[in-house]
Ligand binder design. Structure first.
Ligand SMILES: [Zn+2]
Length: 509
């Protein structure tokens, strides 16, 4: 009898357990509490846990409190709620930015390359930003890459191909959103440069277009604004944060200006993208990725400061759309050790160094030698060459406690590394157009300027950072949240759920 009762109780307990765990498998997307009036969605393009943690380890390494390893948390990783999301698209475990952002913005999966539409390219999705705008909230879209690039586009456009920049640009203007800021409009006159300039179309639609730091910072609320960073590259993206000059704006400044322009009694929705974390990771350049992650984090800090003044009305969500580069903390050559302080020897991005290589190539034949390139390499990456005798002498000094000698020795290229750098230099001097077509060459340099990519890889490896790809990876990425309704973001769920949760907390559907 007793046994039967116990068995029944155990069975009942088991049922409860199954229900409890069953409930965990399904994430909760409905918010029944107070609606959020001010909503920030920060998307770190390519921001996996590795990219977040690399920035934390870097910050900790630059300001060591003792001999033990210590990280310094970022503002974003200090947000009170954490979760994890799957990122796959309808046709691949490895998504690209178009379906990833479409899922975050609209709540549906689609195929790689498609913006705001289903995989058959017939059904258009509605984004949370459009819903918020229809509700009367002001909307801001801020990015470090072009304004009509895949991630920002997913918040206002439906287009079969992410490469249809002109059509996406037309939809940007048609959205009527209040504030577009950061990069410029890519291919503003179309692929063949034969279309009406989209900046003119924007002005006719009532947008002001501002392009200097003073004009942008001086803009007053009330007009719809397209604010383009004073320096943009050929793809209409802002420079990497480590290359930023005084006449430009940081992502944090664009975010702060956005708050000033968008604040109104109906509230606002703002999407802020750190778009070049991804680009740096494609190029396997940890220094550029870390500095752009820190700049992205500064913009999150702006929102957190705002939330402190509006604690019961603000939601902040920070999420990666996928991981890029297969970055890791740990490299075969450095085994159980890391030396993140070496990342700080790099003084500019690979992109900036590419331009130095291009200048170098213009030198007369007799001056184009590896020995003449080496001072440039030393200046930008801190790497140096030393003879066997010099290395031996430095080693002995370091052993005797000379810290400077130790630091110098740490940046000396080994024979193996020097061979790789020389090979990459030779390849860069050849100036092939179609480098990535050859399999072996692609695996070595990924279609990038060979010397630049080899130097960042070697500096990263010396720091204990590894890379596995020049593309994206399929592993889940972290999500952080704080403020009104943020509890919904705890757990492990799909990227599409991020949109449903956000919509519910805003009170739109
Ligand atoms: Zn992406």
């Amino acid at each position: 009898m007793r046994k039967t009762l116990w068995t029944k109780m155990a069975a009942a307990a088991l049922v409860v357990l199954v229900f409890a765990f069953g409930a965990c498998a399904e994430t909760r997307n409905q918010w029944d509490g107070q609606r959020a009036k001010y909503v920030f969605v920060f998307i770190g393009d390519g921001l996996g846990l590795q990219q977040v943690n690399s920035a934390e380890v870097y910050k900790g390494s630059m300001d060591p409190q003792g001999s033990e390893p210590a990280i310094k948390k970022l503002t974003l990783s200090g947000l009170p709620v954490q979760g994890m999301i799957t990122t796959y698209s309808t046709n691949s475990f490895i998504t690209d930015s178009a379906p990833a952002a479409t899922a975050l913005a609209s709540g549906y999966k689609t195929e790689n390359g498609v913006i705001g539409m289903d995989a058959t390219k017939t059904k258009k999705f509605t984004s949370v930003a459009k819903m918020a705008h229809d509700k009367g909230m002001r909307v801001g879209i801020i990015t470090t890459v072009s304004l009509n690039h895949a991630t920002p586009a997913s918040y206002y456009a439906s287009q079969a191909s992410r490469n249809d920049y002109y059509e996406i640009g037309e939809q940007l203007i048609g959205s009527g959103f209040d504030y577009f800021a950061g990069g410029g409009i890519h291919q503003a006159t179309g692929k063949k440069k034969d279309r009406k300039d989209l900046y003119d179309v924007a002005k006719e639609a009532g947008y002001s277009v501002l392009r200097t730091r003073d004009d942008i910072l001086g803009a007053a609320p009330g007009t719809k604004l397209i604010a383009v960073n004073p320096v943009i590259d050929g793809s209409n993206a802002m420079p990497y944060d480590m290359d930023r000059t005084e006449k430009e704006l940081s992502l944090a400044e664009f975010t702060k200006k956005g708050i000033e322009l968008l604040d109104n009694p109906n509230g606002f929705f703002m999407m802020v993208e750190g778009g070049k974390i991804d680009w740096a990771c494609h190029a396997n350049d940890a220094a550029s990725a870390i500095h752009d992650t820190l700049a992205f984090d500064e913009s999150v800090k702006v929102a957190v400061d705002f939330a402190e003044a509006h604690p019961d009305e603000t939601l902040i969500v920070v999420v990666g759309d996928h991981e890029t580069g297969g970055m890791s903390i740990g490299f075969a050559g450095t085994q159980y050790e890391t030396f993140f302080n070496k990342v700080s020897y790099q003084s500019e991005s690979y992109e900036s160094f590419d331009r130095k290589i291009a200048e170098f190539k213009k030198r007369p034949d007799a001056e184009r030698t590896f020995d003449n390139m080496m001072p440039l390499i030393n200046e930008v990456f801190g790497l140096k060459t030393a003879s066997a005798d010099e290395r031996k002498a430095l080693g002995e000094k370091a052993k005797a406690g000379d810290r400077e000698a130790g630091k110098e020795l740490a940046m000396v290229l080994s024979d193996l590394e020097l061979g790789e750098v020389r090979a990459a230099y030779e390849r860069s001097m050849q100036g092939e157009e179609e480098r990535s077509k050859d399999e072996a060459t692609y695996l070595l340099y990924g279609g990038y300027e060979p010397l630049s990519v080899k130097l960042t890889q070697i500096l990263n490896q010396k720091s204990g950072i590894g890379w596995t790809t020049y593309a994206h990876t399929g592993i889940p990425v972290p999500i952080f949240a704080g403020g009104v309704g943020s509890d919904l973001f705890a757990g492990y769920y799909d990227n599409t759920d991020v949109a449903w949760k956000t919509m519910s907390i805003i009170g739109v559907n």
